[in-house]
Design a protein around this ligand. Structure first.
Ligand code: AMP
Ligand code: MG
Length: 396
């Protein structure tokens, strides 16, 4: 049994980022950039006005200025102004030669083709060429996840086909004779399969895609056939159930037969002890314990690490300090524990409530889960108001 930190390190060490591909900018939202992006020119590329007003020379102290032209945004400033002259100018328009200040239209009077400034300040109201970035400056680093702001920057640089990580292809097989599809009515002793839906949503949340998803009975040969049929058509294989030591748990055997190398098969983790991780060439696999709560936790603390590493991100994901909003029935354990929880902002502070978790089979306790409270092995029952460490899954 190894600690979770060691397991996470093994996952990161044994997975390589997928080869990047060029993608259209519209397809890049939420994906990971795989090249450094530098400014190909000064940003902005020319001095431009930050106000509607009149462009003059900063050191021209004339009483009044003759309006010799007008410059709209989007056109080249062809005029050159002399002493005692100004041009009408608008926000975003190019500053003409000879000008070095824009007087706001609110602070001048106009009279017979002239402007008369009220007392002037030294503020230029000009966005200088290269003020935002200089040509060659590193603007985005490889490994950055692309959100709205990053995409807007790529657009302004004309980087319309950035090099990004492809979505990780996840093949998911759920095992269990007791499982029926969510649409079916379970017979005696049967339950609906909720893990396929859980895994599907989780995978999508982290920019990966389900390439194949099947439910298979507890039959080793059937499972083997199904997985082998997929050959190399996945990056990550997830098998739900079959991770522990029950007679029908054959996950490890499956990985061995398929030529995977097992890196760990047990973690000192509650829930989720019997988690198996293996690789075969560039492919990786997890056998996840079938309990829904174990599933939820191992997906977030281990599988997510694999998805991010495939995408070229080294997930650090540091814990955050929070405060326990209320007491709950804590069950001490020698293993490190990740307790599903709901964090909320209360009076500007992050507080957290443990969700109901009697056994790992509970499914109702996962609704609203946006955090995991982290307890060291052997931790004693915490009290309302105690400081606790949490892993934030989503910002509340
Ligand atoms: P296993 O890891 O296969 O021993 O399963 C542990 C527990 O989780 C058992 O109670 C299973 O019935 C339950 N379980 C397994 N797979 C699923 C699933 N896909 N959906 C909901 N519960 C499951
Ligand atoms: Mg099972």
């Amino acid at each position: 049994m190894i600690p979770l930190a060691e397991a996470r390190a093994l996952i990161a060490e044994n997975i390589s980022p997928l080869p990047p591909q060029l993608a259209a900018l519209e397809m890049a939202f939420g994906r990971v950039l795989r090249e450094d992006i530098c400014a190909d020119a000064d940003l902005p590329a020319f001095d431009r006005s930050a106000m509607d007003g009149y462009a003059v020379a900063l050191d021209d102290n004339s009483e009044k200025f003759h309006i010799v032209g007008e410059i709209q945004p989007g056109v080249e400033a062809e005029i050159k102004i002399q002493r005692g002259e100004c041009v009408r100018i608008f926000t975003g328009a190019q500053i003409p030669a000879g000008a070095s200040q824009v007087l706001m239209q609110e602070s001048v009077q106009t009279q017979d083709g002239f402007i008369i400034p009220s007392p002037r300040s030294r503020t230029t109201h000009i966005r200088q060429r290269g003020e935002d970035a200089r040509k060659g400056d590193l603007l985005l680093k490889s490994g950055t996840r692309l959100g709205a702001g990053e995409l807007a920057l790529l657009a302004s640089l004309g980087a319309v086909s950035p090099k990004i990580s492809p979505p990780v292809r996840v093949a998911h097989f759920t095992t269990g004779n007791e499982l029926v599809p969510p649409s079916a009515t379970p017979g005696q002793g049967q339950i609906r399969d909720s893990n396929s839906t859980l895994v599907g949503a989780f995978v999508r949340q982290f920019g990966a895609e389900i390439s194949r998803q099947e439910t298979v009975p507890d039959d080793f040969e059937l499972l083997r056939e199904e997985v082998e049929r997929d050959g190399d058509n996945f990056d990550l294989l997830l098998v739900s159930g079959g991770a522990s030591v029950g007679d029908y748990d054959f996950g490890k055997k499956l990985l061995n037969v398929l030529g995977f190398k097992i890196h760990f098969e047990k973690i000192s983790l509650r829930p989720g002890k019997p988690l198996v991780f293996a690789t075969r060439g560039e492919q990786a696999a997890f056998i996840l314990p079938g309990n829904p709560v174990s599933h939820f936790v191992t997906l977030h603390v281990a599988v997510r690490q694999a998805l991010e590493k495939f995408s070229g991100v080294n997930a650090a994901w540091p814990p955050l300090k929070s405060r326990l909003a209320e007491d709950f029935e804590f069950r001490p354990d020698a293993r490190e524990t990740y307790w599903p929880a709901r964090s909320e902002i209360q009076n500007g502070e992050l507080v957290v409530r443990a969700l109901r978790w009697q056994s790992s089979g509970d499914v109702t306790g996962l609704t609203g889960a946006n955090a995991l409270i982290q307890f060291a092995g052997g931790a004693t029952e915490p009290k309302a108001g105690d400081a606790v460490s949490i892993l934030l899954l989503e910002v509340p």
